[in-house]
Ligand binder design. Structure first.
Ligand SMILES: [Fe+2]
Ligand SMILES: [Fe+2]
Length: 375
């Protein structure tokens, strides 16, 4: 970014920070957008005096990673009602109480968790992200969160579960409420009508929210439930529910990968945000996420079931926590932590799993093969 365009808003006391959110009057005659006229947090380093940083103009693409992730999500379109639930309905009464509990609790957390993610995205994140291609991904992600909510409801209704019990579970089970409460405070900061990027402090608040939601909420808080339910699929139990959870797991992996790239792009564009103190805070955020998810594992799985036990989740969550730290360039917190569920990363690639659940073969991917990062 050239010196001419750069302006430090903090030095201009007469100017209140303003997000370049696309709601200004249209500037007739503003110059055309150039290949470098875009930042993820625009107001921090760039004041749009000539109208070039227009969030309404997608091309030329500046943040290629966002465009690629958007295109990849579009290749993975799927719809819950295309997945049959007949075998699940027949199997449900034959499951043990512990097995039924695993699916119910996963549905209980995830059905409301996707709403919390959508709230953060729509009410907090969107207006503050000023890269049009990143916004495009957020729009697609919002749609996918809606599909996920529909999917959980479809499973609940197909199995004739107690809807009030499932959907209110995050307000009845402490470990679920703790995870939800932990996340809401980040959204609350950004959804404040007075909040605007443009200061070091506020830009760090946005970055903190992105790390909390992408790396922890979508990158840690879903994983115990995913492992538990997908373990059922490995035993040919509840194939319809597992097929949908597998699609959701794949979607969430893409959301996570986008979030990691987004965070790293912001660090690249605004290196002054990535202070030693902030890095230490990020480490604490990841550690809190691991601790909360392990508490959820302990709370929801008091007995070993489906070959799983609490200790395996401790290892797994530390392994995941290490990965999240490394994905933003930080040192591991738990050196040597091993992944007891290596099959999880294989499950993301549906092409390897066509006969896995012995359900009908459904290949939703419509484009060329996807290149998945192991998450
Ligand atoms: Fe989701
Ligand atoms: Fe998501």
């Amino acid at each position: 970014m050239s010196e001419v365009k750069t302006k430090n808003i903090q030095d201009d006391s007469a100017t209140k920070p303003k997000v370049a959110d696309g709601l200004d009057d249209i500037q007739l005659g503003a110059r055309r957008k150039g290949a470098k006229d875009s930042c993820v947090i625009k107001s921090h380093t760039y004041v749009d005096s000539d109208g070039a940083n227009d969030v309404n103009q997608l091309f030329p693409i500046v943040h290629e990673f966002a465009w690629e992730h958007y295109r990849n999500t579009c290749k993975n379109s799927w719809f819950p009602y295309d997945v049959g639930m007949v075998r699940d309905i027949a199997q449900w009464p034959t499951l043990t109480e512990d097995e039924r509990g695993i699916l119910e609790r996963t549905l209980g957390f995830l059905s409301t968790a996707d709403s919390l993610v959508a709230n953060n995205l729509v009410l907090g994140m969107y207006k503050n992200i000023t890269s049009p291609e990143c916004r495009l991904f957020l729009l697609r992600q919002a749609f996918e969160e809606a599909v996920h909510m529909e999917s959980y409801s479809y499973i609940v209704q197909s199995l004739g579960l107690d809807e009030a019990k499932i959907f209110n579970m995050y307000r009845e089970i402490k470990s679920m409420a703790d995870k939800a409460n932990w996340s809401v405070k980040f959204t609350r900061v950004l959804s404040d009508p007075e909040f605007a990027t443009g200061t070091l402090e506020n830009d760090q608040k946005l970055l903190r929210d992105l790390i909390a939601f992408y790396l922890v909420f979508e990158g840690i808080f879903f994983y115990v439930g995913f492992v538990q339910v997908l373990s059922m699929g490995r035993r040919n139990l509840m194939p319809g529910a597992c097929e949908q959870i597998q699609y959701i797991f794949r979607d969430e992996s893409l959301h996570l990968n986008f979030g990691v790239d987004l965070v790293n792009q912001i660090i690249k564009e605004c290196p002054e945000l990535w202070t030693d103190a902030f890095q230490a805070e990020v480490r604490e955020i990841i550690k809190e996420g691991v601790a909360l998810e392990y508490a959820y594992a302990e709370d929801t799985m008091p007995n070993p079931v489906l070959g799983l036990n609490k200790d395996m989740f401790k290892d797994y969550l530390q392994y995941i926590g290490n990965r999240r730290l490394k994905q933003v360039g930080l040192e591991e917190e738990w050196p040597g932590a091993k992944n007891p569920f290596p099959w999880m990363s294989e499950l993301i690639d549906l092409k390897k799993e066509k006969n896995f659940f012995e359900t009908r073969v459904t290949e939703y991917q419509t484009g060329s093969a996807l290149d998945w990062d192991e998450d």
